[in-house]
Design a protein around this ligand. Structure first.
Ligand SMILES: Nc1ncnc2c1ncn2[C@@H]1O[C@H](COP(=O)(O)OP(=O)(O)OP(=O)(O)O)[C@@H](O)[C@H]1O
Ligand SMILES: [Mg+2]
Length: 147
């Protein structure tokens, strides 16, 4: 069954490796230039999911929380997909700042943009392709659901 279908009712993962593997498998199902919003509290697995996306694209850079950079840009190779990872956590109270980030300059097709804490950005000028919510069911068991 496609991951996109599995994500609708929600999927529970038992480990970070499983979350990585779901995200990795999802990549082949995403249209070009996808925008993913990743919602959920601290430590629910958003960055872990982005690690899986990177692996799905064949990007082996270390994916970290772009806490100080606000966003990170990874490239598979000069011609192929760019993975943009934006973490809005530190932008709280600065909604409207999205225009100042000049993200569009990096959104050169084909790209995929993954946004953690999207609500803190205020209105996003693009319609997300996929909106995911992350939560913790019990220790080690996390739920990922498409909304
Ligand atoms: N099933 C699981 N899926 C994902 N992560 C899990 C799972 N079980 C345990 N973990 C752990 O939960 C943590 C998730 O951290 P991660 O940085 O991905 O969260 P986050 O949602 O990005 O948090 P933040 O909002 O602080 O950026 C990791 O330490 C990971 O090892
Ligand atoms: Mg994170």
């Amino acid at each position: 069954m496609p991951i996109l279908e599995i994500l609708k009712p929600g999927i529970t993962t038992q480990s970070s490796e499983e979350t990585v593997s779901i995200a990795k498998s999802l990549v082949s199902e995403l249209p070009e230039n996808s925008i993913l919003t990743l919602e959920g509290d601290l430590g629910t697995g958003k960055t872990t999911f982005v690690k899986g996306l990177a692996l799905g694209f064949g990007i082996h850079d270390r994916i970290t929380s772009p806490t100080f950079n606000i966003f990170n840009c990874y490239m598979k190779n000069a011609k192929s997909t760019t993975l943009l990872h934006l973490d809005a956590y530190r932008l709280e109270g600065n909604s409207g700042i999205i225009d100042e980030l000049m993200l569009e300059d990096f959104m050169k097709p084909p790209f995929i943009l993954a946004i953690e804490w999207p609500k803190l950005l205020g209105p996003i000028p693009w319609k997300p392709t996929l909106e995911l919510t992350f939560s913790i069911m019990s220790q080690g068991t996390h739920l990922i659901r498409a909304i």
